[in-house]
Design a protein around this ligand. Sequence first.
Ligand code: B12
Ligand code: SF4
Ligand code: SF4
Length: 390
Amino acid sequence: MLDRCAHTAAVKAAALASGAHAVRIASAEEDAPTRARFAAAVARGDVATWRYDDDYARVASDPSTILPGARSIVCIAVAYPHGGARERPGRGRVSAYASSRDYHRRMHELLRAIAARIDALAAPDERTASPATRVVCDTAPLAERAFAARAGLGWIGKHTSLIVKDLGSAVFLGEIVTTLELEPDPPVRTSCGTCVRCVDACPTGALRGDATIDATRCISDLTQRRDAIPPAMRPLIGTWVWGCDLCNDACPPNRNAARADDSASAPLGDDVAAPALQALLQLRGRAFERVRETAMGWRGATVLRRNAAVALGNGLDRADVPALTDALSSDGSALVRGHAAWALGRIGSPRALAALRSARAAEADASVRAEVDAALEPIRTVEAFRTVAP
Ligand code: B12
Ligand code: SF4
Ligand code: SF4
């Protein structure tokens, strides 16, 4: 049997050899400050679009609830290429993390390879049981950033993401929770200092500047929620159709960060990484199959068609009116028809208004009619003003 230090060195070496770009170890003890921070976020309503409550906060801050007898957490970071989603006429912006093949698959393969190494290292003899392991990357209730910070993998920035030395914050996190006793690493002492670039760069005011976020205002959240996007938030989304990179792109540690260059995380073609918005507005069937390979496919095609409608509304281009009119009159989803109505109202050309008026007469769904009425409301106000004005 190897001792704790030798085990730790071997596990770290295995993680790096398997493809992790950084690795540190945290103890798996319950983390009371994380539980308190998480519960406070729940109480503020910061994560109201997620099914998080006080019970989730308790579980996410205590790894023994997902693996009884957990002693250590191997925390890894894998960098992904970032900074590529520029504004392009007629095209949507997709966050760098979702422009390549779904990271969950890659991360889980990597995590399982490291877990297998842990099993092999501590192979049972007559006196010891094989260590139990559980791999995590978004798939289990665990406060991944908080435990990565405890492990000294990096520090939590004011944008709330973990910033890893030499890699920056454009990294995926993954963990192997294990009953094996490993040597924990100390947290790092670095902080953001007086920098507030991410807070200034956030177009929706989601970041408070104290490493907390109102996630209900975050474009990443807005573009993946399944229900209607609150009307007040739609203009702030711009042409993002999935996720948002603005706080990561503004973050100085990302400027000189080592770039991920493996082909597995390379962006797929423009049709996925910078989709034509009119085509995205019609996304269904076989065209969706390609998108399904990425993290952008998580919530299905309807959500993406809805996001395309919002982005087209923000593009303010009259050339998009026919496509939006078509979506308003014939998309099978009331969610998409409603957002198409909003987009037409925002463009506000005579043709757009005519399409809204005929949809008002034909539409059977009450939620879509409400969107049409809201889209026509500014025009009604102007018309009413014209009637009474001398
Ligand atoms: C829900 C979720 C979201 C939500 C909410 C995000 C949020 N900030 O809470 C939304 C959809 C907005 C989102 C967006 C993004 N996400 Co996300 N998301 C998650 C998920 C599934 C849960 C996060 C969570 O529990 N949030 C609730 C809050 C309360 O918890 P928390 O963020 O973990 O915060 C804890 C710590 O930060 C800590 N803490 C807070 N302040 C401080 C201060 C100090 C000093 C310390 C020590 C600790 C500390 O306490 C908090 C409570 O436990 C995690 C995976 C996971 N299970 O952890 C991925 C995860 C956080 N997301 C990730 C990514 C990549 C993103 C995006 C960059 C994607 C994109 N480009 O669109 C954006 C970034 C937006 C942003 N500024 O956060 C990565 C983060 C990688 C990193 N470097 O940190 C994760 C870890 C997924 C992964 N496995 O790689 N995400
Ligand atoms: S991902 Fe975009 S919207 Fe969300 S906090 Fe960062 S800058 Fe703001
Ligand atoms: S932009 Fe500045 S304040 Fe924001 S996380 Fe990066 S270093 Fe911290």
